[in-house]
Design a protein around this ligand. Sequence first.
Ligand SMILES: [Zn+2]
Length: 132
Amino acid sequence: MKSQKSRSIKKISDPKWVADTVITLRAECVKQHDMSANYPEHDKLIAIQDQSQAIGEFLEWARIELGYSLGEYHEHTQDCFDIDGGRICGMRTEEMYAVNMPVTNLLAKFFNIDQDKLEEEKRAMLKALRNG
Ligand SMILES: [Zn+2]
């Protein structure tokens, strides 16, 4: 049991919530093309990387070491009811349910980073680098 725990601790330091590749890619683009103004989402990402990493590690630590995960109270929506008004979601508003959102998405939300734009920028960067 103990060895499993130390293995999981090691695993915490593995995920980088701001991917190194993204930052390397961004730096390479600036070096080759000086396109510093063209990738605002990446610039945001780079600016918050240390904070994002710390929060990501904290959440992983709490999950792995303490077994804690984020929870939310269920709120019924239209989708929770069938056509006759019967409730079909099987959830209760006074109970807390685990949040299923991946940590990366939570961090992006918190730091106001648009992941679709980020992906677009990444593709543009790769294209720019390929075309020299
Ligand atoms: Zn419901």
